[in-house]
Design a protein around this ligand. Structure first.
Ligand SMILES: NC(=O)c1ccc[n+]([C@@H]2O[C@H](COP(=O)([O-])OP(=O)(O)OC[C@H]3O[C@@H](n4cnc5c(N)ncnc54)[C@H](OP(=O)(O)O)[C@@H]3O)[C@@H](O)[C@H]2O)c1
Length: 326
């Protein structure tokens, strides 16, 4: 018997999942208990040329994917919809889901987790800091520890720009252009530089940590696009570095969050995070401060997080398809 996997979205991340499932076939079979076979791929535009094996079933209709009766779906499409609807339908059929889609999961993760309850596995490590296993770390650490705060660099593009401004004295526009030339920033970089991307990830962490999110409208979300070379210079003169910090704090039952540029002293855990790296510092009552640093984006780091999630789910759900409803 094989484990049937479908991939929703075949862009950077979906292709990465496909490649790793193929490359690590034998290791994965040992870990998951059976061979994992890709039974189908969902895309938006069937006409687009893509590096995909000829025999693989590719469709632009999600119903076709459901009719293949996959055991698990890897979701790597963009935006809230239709991905939320698709994943909700998959869960209703007892299909495990693994997603990288932070925009959708920030808004609908709580609802999907509630729907899945303990019957279906949900993996979302890839939504937040991609290949850096912060979700896994927190899930383990939070059981006894009370986590009082999180400070994080959750967007590699903005950190790359700030690093170039600080260490090479480049103006914002030049640093952004360089990030785009190197493939770190999208043609439309606003989600990264205005803080939305970090905000979505912070909301995912908030739900994981505190089982709730602050009212989105009340969270200050300030980008880095208006930072001037003068402000960067001033921080430098003071022995500080400006970093784009996403923060959560939980005190006496009150939860606050923010995303904004902050001048950090050299003693701060996030001071040394350079280039496209992400890092998350979690402060808790027993363990103190723990910082995890690593790649926050990219084909293989993101796909790696999804594959690890899948293995974890399959190992912990031996009866793979409970068929909750048809
Ligand atoms: N790239 C990263 O480093 C990274 C890191 C962490 C998380 N993520 C998240 O992972 C997801 C995928 O990112 P990506 O970089 O792989 O994006 P991408 O390269 O733009 O690929 C998106 C894929 O989704 C498909 N798609 C979009 N809308 C669809 C729809 N309505 N129905 C079916 N297929 C649809 C597209 O189909 P076509 O090919 O036909 O256009 C494409 O194959 C996003 O949510 C992103 O935020 C990405």
């Amino acid at each position: 018997m094989t484990i049937r996997a479908a991939i929703l979205g075949f862009g950077t991340v979906g292709q990465g999942v496909h490649d790793i499932l193929f490359e690590k076939q034998q290791e994965l079979a040992k870990l998951a208990g059976d061979q994992i076979e890709v039974c189908g791929v969902l895309v938006q535009n069937l006409e687009k040329p893509r590096p995909i094996k000829e025999h693989l079933f590719v469709t632009d209709h999600f119903e076709d994917i459901l009719s293949l009766k996959p055991d698990i779906v890897f979701e790597a499409t963009v935006g809230e919809e239709p991905s939320f609807t698709y994943l909700s339908q998959a869960i209703a059929r007892g299909i495990h889901i693994v997603t990288a889609n932070k925009v959708m999961f920030a808004a609908y993760g709580p609802s999907l987790l509630a729907q899945a309850n303990s019957h279906v596995g949900i993996g979302y490590e890839a939504t937040t800091a991609a290949g850096t296993p912060i979700i896994g770390l927190i899930s383990k650490l939070m059981q006894v520890n009370q986590i009082t705060g999180v400070e994080a660099i959750l967007n590699g593009t903005s950190n790359y720009i700030l690093t170039a401004m600080q260490s090479e004295g480049k103006p914002f526009s030049r640093a952004l252009q360089e990030a785009q030339e190197r493939g770190y920033a999208e043609a439309d970089p606003s989600n990264d530089i205005e803080g939305d991307d970090a905000f979505y990830k912070l909301m995912i962490l908030s739900h994981l940590l505190y089982n709730r999110q602050p009212d989105w409208e009340t969270v200050p979300c300030e980008g880095i696009s208006s930072l001037t070379a003068k402000e960067i210079e001033k921080a430098k003169r003071n022995g500080e570095k400006i970093r784009h910090v996403a923060a959560l704090s939980f005190n006496n039952g009150s939860l606050t969050a923010s995303v904004k540029p902050v001048a950090l002293p050299s003693s701060h855990c996030l001071y040394s995070i350079e280039g496209v790296d992400n890092a998350v510092t979690v402060t808790s009552d027993l363990a103190g401060s723990v910082t995890l640093r690593g790649p926050g984006a990219g084909k293989r780091p993101t796909a790696s997080a999804m594959i690890e999630d899948a293995v974890h789910i399959l190992q912990n759900n031996p009866a793979r398809r409970p068929q909750l409803s048809q």
